[in-house]
Ligand binder design. Structure first.
Ligand SMILES: Cc1ncc(COP(=O)(O)O)c(C=O)c1O
Length: 477
């Protein structure tokens, strides 16, 4: 009996399914062209699409798995019919929710290729992928004026995981200073670790839970009045009062609401004086370095022990792409190393498997590399400057509007505002604004008031979008 007969006897259904895949492989060229057309019309259409979909009840998540498939082109038609009409046009120019970056054409190309190549980017074994990641990390350091000789890092799934790495590496470093090995013996070996934070992002609070430190287990530092900025004197007093053997200070370069930047020079001095690890969450704020009107806000970022940033926000690469940079790569590698004989390699280069949470990893350096190659420093500086100008333009309009109030002066790319009405009025107004489909804003509470955040983070937002945004808000006021 030959092998084909044997397979047919043992599993005829699986064989048919494999046959469909080989059929698809044969017509892959046509499939990719058609997929390209579908993607192209979605991307081009995002300017005019509703910014969000409010009713996706037509999609039934409980539908059972098809027993037999009908191949990729059939599935592509199903995507067009069942999924694409029900999506948020979050890549569009007036999606101002959260801090949502779009996708540059070059980043999309890099992302598609990363899928086609499907490289498990664990390290340098038999592939240039680790060297590409190293180059991207170097370019990111160059953007942020961080000496690449001092800083190294890893691409993560997002700023949440980068913040987690900051806490884990910082904790290990604190332990090692007093002869405790938390990597080996666990968090309980340094029970008096103390974290200090004024305006930690929600993801950092979540990371405190994940890392076993505890959501509530940090010392809250006061902010300067009317801001989200760390009050350095208050931090000094808390550090001076602490007798913890391990201390981590969490600072912010660009808070998610008021886009406030901490005084890193003063905070780095305090960390040096009190032997604390300095972690800076600069998820999108790091790219203020590309705007010469704002780069001073990042003075002394190079004194941070670890830095969080994101590619999928302001660098406009597709999800997912986070950035973690540190001056203590050895400490990170100690915490994240994955050792097994089958993972051993003699290949030279960075083992990214040993620098983060994931073992298997997408080749996420590629979209960044292609986009950086395509547009260069100036291309990215253009996005940052334009988005900051757009936030300032919206703020100027709000300031002179009789029915609207600015909740804080935007320092970067986020404008927070509200109507002069009550919080309930504003909740209803936000519903009406988003129901227009012309733009999408997310809510916030700032200074005790309910308001809206307009976060400009997309390369596609242009002056005429500001006109549409203002008209749409005026129409429902
Ligand atoms: C300052 C800051 N840190 C961390 C995060 C979490 O980022 P991610 O969603 O990429 O994990 C965000 C997201 O908005 C942020 O603004």
């Amino acid at each position: 009996m030959n092998r084909v007969e044997n397979r047919a006897e043992s599993s005829p259904t699986a064989d048919t399914a494999r046959h469909l895949m080989f059929d698809d492989l044969e017509k892959l060229g046509r499939i990719l062209v058609q997929t390209g057309d579908v993607a192209h019309s979605f991307v081009q259409g995002a300017d005019d699409m509703d910014a969000t979909c409010r009713d996706f009840s037509a999609f039934d998540p409980s539908r059972p798995l098809p027993q037999k498939g009908r191949g990729t082109l059939d599935a592509l038609r199903a995507v067009q019919d069942e999924i694409l009409p029900l999506l948020a046009a979050s890549i569009g120019p007036r999606y101002l929710g959260f801090v949502t970056g779009g996708t540059t054409p070059a980043a999309l190309v890099g992302d598609w290729l990363a899928g086609a190549i499907d490289q498990n980017a664990t390290g340098p074994e038999g592939s240039v992928n680790a060297a590409v990641e190293e180059q991207v990390i170097n370019w990111l350091c160059e953007i942020a004026h961080l000496p690449a000789k001092k800083f190294d890092g890893v691409l993560t799934t997002g700023a949440t995981v980068s913040n987690l790495l900051g806490v884990v590496a910082g904790r290990q470093w604190c332990g090692e200073k007093v002869g405790v090995d938390i990597d080996a013996d666990g968090a309980g070996a340094l029970p008096d670790l103390e974290l200090f934070a004024a305006s930690p992002h929600a993801s950092m609070v979540k990371d405190l839970s994940i890392s076993g430190i505890g959501r509530n287990n940090f010392t809250k530092v006061a902010t300067l009045s009317g801001t989200e900025q760390t009050d350095v004197n208050a931090l000094k007093a808390k550090l001076a009062a602490s007798d913890a053997r391990g201390k981590i200070v969490i600072a912010s370069s660009g808070t998610v609401n008021a886009t406030d930047f901490d005084d890193l020079t003063a905070i780095a001095d305090l960390c040096a004086a009190y032997g604390a690890w300095l972690h800076v969450d600069a998820a999108f704020g790091m790219f203020a370095a590309l705007d010469d009107r704002r780069s001073h806000l990042l003075a002394c970022l190079d004194r941070a022990d670890s830095i969080t940033s994101d590619g999928h926000k302001w660098l406009n690469v597709p999800y997912d792409c986070g950035i973690f940079l540190t001056r203590h790569i050895g400490v990170l590698e100690k915490c994240c190393r994955a050792f097994a004989p089958y993972l051993d390699t003699k290949a030279e280069g960075n083992m990214y498997i040993n620098r983060g949470v994931e073992n298997s990893r997408r080749f996420r350096a590629l979209p960044l590399w292609v986009s950086m190659q395509a547009y260069g420093r100036e291309g990215f500086a253009g996005i940052i400057r334009a988005n900051c100008d757009q936030a300032a333009d919206l703020a100027a309009w709000v300031r002179t509007h009789e029915k609207l109030e600015l909740l804080a002066e935007p320092k970067l790319n986020v404008t927070m505002f509200a109507s002069v009405g009550s919080d309930d009025d504003n909740r209803a107004l936000l519903e009406r604004i988003n129901a227009s489909g012309k733009l999408f804003l997310t809510p916030t509470v700032y200074g005790g008031r309910f308001g809206f955040r307009a976060a400009f983070s997309n390369w596609r937002t242009q002056d005429h979008d500001l006109v549409i945004i203002k008209q749409a808000i005026d129409a429902v006021l």
